[in-house]
Design a protein around this ligand. Sequence first.
Ligand code: URA
Length: 242
Amino acid sequence: MAKPISLEKILFSQGFGTRRYCSDLVYADLVKVNGVLAQDPEERIPTDGLMLNVEGRDWEYHEKAYIVFNKPANYECSHKTTHHPSVYSLLPSPFVERGLQCVGRLDYDTTGLLLISDDGQFIHKMTTPKKNIGKVYEITTPDPITQAQMDHLLNGVVLDDDPRPCHATACEQLSENTLAMTIVEGRYHQVKRMMAAVGNHVAKLHRIKIGAYAMPQDLAQGQWRWLYPDDLKNLSQSEEQK
Ligand code: URA
């Protein structure tokens, strides 16, 4: 059982604003704790299974935030964007306040499974090639995919900025022009550059799986949801464990 924490600190930790602002939210009768209107920002509250309601919005308490987001095209995975709006503009504002970061960026035109968290260790674990966690991309190509191209991807291709070849750990042809490819690294534009290196191109790129965690079928584009311990276990499954 986690140690009880003052309500003001809890609200602050969840990204509802400064300590002072969080305290004022309570005094303004805008916070409910497990369905009951809160009176005192200093009250110590147990956090296990805690459900808040802040300014009319239900909010599950999570000490660390781990969320899955179904990224639409034409959004950048950055807080300071250049040409397109930010994926963070599609998330509730407390996530931005508490400093959530994308776990490895997807290009603005790539869609699909994106993890977002404020747990630095988790972000590192999911992105380092050392943990061997596969990321599966569904690739649509303008030209038919050949066996020779898949063999080349599996045997390794050298990209222009690094002499070390990068390999697909799995390639499954889904149709003449679609391929599911697994990689464990996250180099800049890696999939697009790998496909160009074997003489094809990427017309559409969609991430469908990380580790043993597949994008939930019922999560619409632009929607997010919390990840729970079982999801995190599936996400951490390395290529060897499969
Ligand atoms: N590889 C790419 O080329 N783009 C992405 O968005 C992700 C992987």
